[in-house]
Design a protein around this ligand. Structure first.
Ligand code: NAD
Length: 443
């Protein structure tokens, strides 16, 4: 099938590469000229494991194309995915301007029956707004466009950054919200190669599909905030949250997934989607007690390490240097949107401290966000950060941080102290070595 995808970010590029890999002919449209130029040169603008190889293989095979020209994109495919960003507005609601700009362009250029599928995460009712926008642009074309028909569907995306290709290729479910079973069948054709073994296609009305995405992310965020709250209780009452985690995860109704205590969730999805769901509920006259608490607990958790650091150094960290391991909001991505590391760094800088940072993938992104500053330097590897540092802070649980030589670490820091925001080290080993060690929810 000839398919067009608007938005070449984490979702759009993974969708394009994976659909092309199955033999579809894909045109990716993005307004960012630098990004499209990179893609045309065969470069991958984001880090996502396996993506560069897939993009190259399918572009070389003539199944994957990139353009900034929306008209060219719309001419290419009668099935159009919208995968542009929906960042939070000032009031926490999702900003739909990019989605509606695409809808308008679609109405301006379509010449045959077209299916517009919204993959961006959008508030309930957005498909109606997309439909109105496309129709208004068609109407503005007058007689020339009076017989052109189109349909709008919702197909929320559930991929996880860092595991996006696997998630797309082996989805737990493919949710399709439509008003028309015929449209659903065409979308089923798009996904057919991915659901041969196991039909994970769930068809429903559009509003339920739109709400499903927010409900899924809010549920996952709830698990994280719940566990962080338990961690804080554990620490205060002399229990060990890692034992509690094992104890509750073994209950199949609870499970081990998403119950790791830490320094809070970040990324482009959970923070904005929890906010947006709170906003949706508020507009519908509902006071969303749980969702509001999930957000409050998370905001508080992101300041946990700075609070522990200030207590350890008795309120004075001016002039001290902190080695920071991990900038990305989670391992296997370069994404720093709403990353806990940002809260930690900014809190340290506000107190006059310096940061020596290392992340296997996110250092370029960090430079883009913060630019050159005297209180931030980057190191070529994790161990170099430690030389002359007053403390080590672990914010992202990249695998390469897990099995470091603690004695080497001890030697490199003048008087070592570790703040471990992901509980990756063993408190007993630290005690044996006499290293002051702070973690989350453990004595
Ligand atoms: P992103 O910011 O990485 O990419 C969005 C892209 O859209 C950018 O390249 C931008 O230049 C482009 N764009 C903006 N306006 C455009 C327009 N009018 N025409 C064409 N391109 C345009 O965003 P993302 O992380 O890929 O997320 C996209 C959507 O998918 C969001 O709604 C997000 O909530 C949702 N989502 C994201 C993830 C994730 O893990 N990143 C997972 C599931 C769902």
């Amino acid at each position: 099938m000839k398919i067009t995808i608007f938005g070449s970010g984490y979702v759009g590029l993974v969708t394009g590469a994976c659909l092309a890999d199955m033999g579809h002919n894909i045109m990716c449209v993005d307004t960012n000229e630098d990004k499209v130029a990179m893609l045309k040169r065969g470069e991958t603008p984001i880090f996502e494991p396996g993506l560069d190889r897939k993009l190259k293989y399918n572009a070389d095979g003539g199944r994957l194309h990139f353009t900034t020209d929306a008209a060219e994109g719309i001419k290419h495919g009668a099935v159009i995915f919208i995968a542009v960003g929906t960042p939070p507005d000032e009031d926490g609601s999702a900003d739909l301007s990019a989605v509606l700009a695409v809808a308008n362009t679609v109405g301006e250029h379509i010449t045959r029956h077209t299916i517009v599928i919204n993959k961006s995460t959008v508030p309930v009712g957005s498909a109606d707004l997309v439909r109105d926008k496309v129709q208004a642009a068609l109407n503005a074309r007058g007689n020339e466009a009076k017989d052109i028909t189109f349909d709008v569907a919702s197909n929320p995306e559930f991929l996880r950054e860092g595991n996006a290709i696997k998630d797309f290729e082996s989805p737990d479910r493919i949710i399709i919200g439509t008003q028309s079973h015929d449209t659903a069948e065409i979308i089923r054709d798009v996904y057919r190669p991915f659901i041969r073994k196991n039909d994970r296609f769930i068809e429903m009305d559009i509003r339920s599909a739109e709400l499903t995405k927010y409900a899924a992310n809010a549920m996952l965020a709830t698990k994280i905030s719940f566990m962080n709250e338990i961690a804080n209780i554990a620490e205060s009452v002399g229990a060990d949250v890692e034992n509690v985690r094992l104890g509750i995860g073994s209950d199949s109704r609870i499970g081990y997934e998403f119950i790791y205590p830490g320094v809070g969730y970040g990324g482009s999805c959970f923070p904005k989607d929890v906010k947006a769901l709170k906003n949706i509920a508020g507009k519908a006259g509902i006071n969303p007690h749980i969702i509001a608490s999930v957000e409050n607990v998370n905001d508080n958790q992101k300041t946990l390490l700075p609070r522990k650091i200030m207590t350890h150094f008795e309120g004075d960290i001016k002039g001290k240097t902190f080695a920071l391991w991990g900038l990305a909001f989670k391992p296997n991505t370069d994404d720093m949107r709403e990353a806990p590391a940002r809260v930690v760094m900014e809190a340290l800088w506000a107190q006059g401290a310096k940061v020596k940072a290392y992340d296997p993938q996110a250092m370029e992104e960090c430079k883009r966000i913060y630019g050159e500053r005297a209180d931030l330097t980057y190191e070529k590897d994790a161990l170099s950060c430690l030389n002359g540092a007053d403390a080590l802070i672990v914010v992202t649980e990249w695998k390469e941080f897990r099995a470091v030589d603690i004695e080497d670490l001890n030697d490199r820091m003048a008087s070592p102290v570790i703040f471990d925001g992901r509980n990756i080290y063993d408190p007993k080993a630290m005690k044996r070595l006499g290293i002051p060690y702070y973690s989350v929810g453990r004595r």
